[in-house]
Design a protein around this ligand. Sequence first.
Ligand SMILES: Cc1ncc(C[n+]2csc(CCOP(=O)(O)OP(=O)(O)O)c2C)c(N)n1
Length: 325
Amino acid sequence: MSRLQDNGKKRRLDFYRSMVTIRRFEDQVNQLYLAGKMPGLAHLCSGQEAVAVGVCANLGDQDYITSTHRGHGHALAKGARVDLMFAELLGKAAGYCAGKGGSMHIADQERGNLGANAIVGGSAGIAAGAALSAKMRRSGQVVVSFFGEGAMNQGLVHETMNMASLWQLPLVYVCENNLYNEYTHYRESTAGDICARATAFGMQAETVDGQDLLAVYSTAKRLIDRARAGDGPAFLLCNTYRYTGHHVGDINREYYRPKQEEQEWKTTRDPIKKHASRLIDEKLADEAELAALEAEVRTEMKAAVDFAVAAPYPGPEEVEMHVYA
Ligand SMILES: Cc1ncc(C[n+]2csc(CCOP(=O)(O)OP(=O)(O)O)c2C)c(N)n1
């Protein structure tokens, strides 16, 4: 029996709460950007919540993930605290990287998040190293490497897939195909079949609807369980969509994708709405219960933003601390 069936209602509501938390977190990040309170940019993952939540629900704190420039959802699904995330985005000392990393470098070692990464495909090498370490220590840990389909054209990803397969590492590659590499449709940059690239290295590869939380959860579970059992790496392609721009400043998108396409994904394939309908259909929750849960998340989010806005910046005496190169 899966963990999902074991814990039925509570677990399914937890999934809902996690997705809503990510969505509301990203909404707040956008607000902080528009209000001029957040330095720099951030890449939002609204629309892609089911991938982060469905995959990470199969991992414990001891397991590792590596993430991307679009990494808030991965961090939150792996258990990061929203207040410390906001503090990091605002450059405050309380943040996950003492305010010196920002959105694209958030790491959370206590929860096994080895970090976001601004280099497309860059974290695949870190993931393979962590998986090799786990294998050599016989620790039973699994590593999940998240990346976008754009990373499938980076050499490092292929080099480490080769090693992961040769050495049968406990590593699951999760490729989120949200259709666009920045402002270019992936079909203009990526030849052939994405999964075939993984199977060429002798790896098990599967494709899943990334908007369907339960499908992501159960497929990821199979691949993570077999990696943990010593059966080697696997590749999971999640078909998904980002609702907003490549980053918060990418407002006018019509030159590279039609508004109608965005509308269709939002109205007919939204992962949160889809999960809510299921909860209601299966009588695991009613609308009032879900609304109450959303209100709780909003309250938590407001408190976290207030905390981060009021938090102090690092002092000038810290300017040379945490600098390694
Ligand atoms: C090695 C490298 N090349 C180019 C860039 C610039 N860049 C940042 S994000 C991005 C597109 C990434 O697309 P994808 O991997 O599909 O992730 P998504 O943004 O869709 O989540 C590019 C080209 C970079 N950060 N690193």
